[in-house]
Design a protein around this ligand. Structure first.
Ligand code: GDP
Length: 366
């Protein structure tokens, strides 16, 4: 076969004059490079302050990243956002799975965004891992709300410890507030200490419950009811409504026996149907009443300051313990001390004292 003929027969032969398309789609390249582009700190800050949801999302990803470089950048962005933060109503919401938390947030959220509010929905779910085990993120949630421009929904960070997740969520609240979100929901389920954690970062703590046959107080830890500023009995519609009303009066009676709240606020009980929307705005009015009450008597600011102090002390404890554990002298001594403890040579008190002295000696030696 001649050379020309061979070329003509080849499946790879290209007819002259036909323009070939690019192997890669240039639009896709642009989109990809746009996504991967690393923003400067100023771009992050401006984007957040302008309420740009994409930039806000990326900044939260920095907060959630374990890379030291991202962490440092995130801290600088948070610091710059702080002067613009704090102007939201922070609402914690808890209740057993299936009680209707997502449906409730979506129903109230739609009404609030229609009134012109900007709503951020965050979650604390210590069971959340990227792949599985998540209680809050494993279903398609709040579809209507997520399509609303004035709503920003972010699933729980998937870090291991509750403390780690809590810190990231606190920092995320700051960024959301700087981006102009004036209502922030933090949702959780009763896993371990997660309710206390959420209670410690919000202004108003809402407990969602269901009406049962006289067993309203069962299955809910008493401590959680004491933490609540408002209790809402959901699914109060149709044939469920009379049961819900009975549950409400039983709860009101039971709550009279609780010690008075330090805020001077009596826990209020409402009924609603997140499904039909009935009573939803009464819950919002209840929240507004609480905010007004606590702003008037000064408790609102006091609670936020107390929360900040608690965070500071926790940070100091964590940091000091980490430094203690990393101390060379402590590391050198710990096995001997533990042996001394198990052979009852000295008490735990003396053991602790010796290790602390070793740590302080290490500091002095530096
Ligand atoms: P979550 O696990 O607490 O977030 O609960 P969901 O919001 O996912 O709701 C659990 C189920 O209860 C879903 O099938 C909802 O449609 C349903 N649900 C939520 N609120 C109501 C309500 O007010 N009335 C009725 N009948 N069903 C509801």
């Amino acid at each position: 076969m001649s050379k020309d003929r061979k070329k003509f027969k080849s499946a790879l032969h290209v007819n002259p004059g036909i323009e070939q398309p690019q192997a890669l789609n240039p639009n896709a390249i642009n989109r990809f490079s746009h996504q991967k582009r690393i923003h400067s700190e100023a771009e992050y800050l401006n984007g957040i302050l302008q309420g740009n949801r994409t930039i806000l999302g990326k900044a939260i990803t920095l907060i959630e990243s374990t890379l030291p470089l991202h962490q440092q950048m995130a801290q600088r962005i948070i610091e710059k956002c702080l002067p613009y933060a704090g102007n939201s109503i922070r609402i914690g919401i808890t209740g057993v799975p299936g009680v209707g938390k997502s449906t409730f947030i979506e129903a109230l959220g739609m009404k609030l965004t229609q009134k012109g509010h900007k709503l951020a929905v965050l979650a604390i779910d210590p069971s959340s891992k990227k792949s599985k085990g998540s209680i809050l993120a494993d279903k398609t949630r709040m579809e209507e709300l997520s399509a609303t421009t004035n709503a920003f929904i972010r699933p729980s960070p998937s870090a291991g410890t509750l403390g780690g997740v809590a810190r990231k969520t606190r920092e995320t609240i700051i960024l959301c507030e700087a981006a102009g979100y004036d209502v922030v929901f933090v949702e959780t389920v009763g896993v371990g200490q997660s309710e206390t954690t959420v209670h410690d970062m919000v202004d108003f703590f809402l407990l969602l419950m269901l009406a049962g046959a006289g067993d309203e107080l069962q299955g809910i830890k008493r401590g959680i009811m004491e933490m609540a500023d408002g209790i809402v009995i959901n699914k109060a519609e149709a044939e469920n409504l009379p049961k819900a009303m009975i549950a409400k009066s039983q709860l009101v009676n039971a709550l009279h026996l609780f010690p008075p709240n330090v805020s001077g606020w009596e826990i209020k009980v409402e009924t609603c149907s997140a499904y039909t929307g009935q009573g939803i705005l009464n819950v919002w009015d209840l929240i507004l009443d609480y905010i007004e009450h606590t702003k008037t008597n000064g408790y609102f600011q006091r609670r936020r300051t107390e929360q900040d102090k608690k965070v500071m002390i926790n940070m100091i404890e964590d940091e000091l313990l980490q430094r203690f554990n990393n101390s060379k002298k402590v590391k050198d001594m710990i096995t001997t001390i533990e042996e001394g403890l198990s052979s009852q040579k000295f008490s735990a008190y003396i053991a602790a004292e010796q290790l602390i002295d070793a740590y302080l000696g290490d500091l002095g030696g530096k």
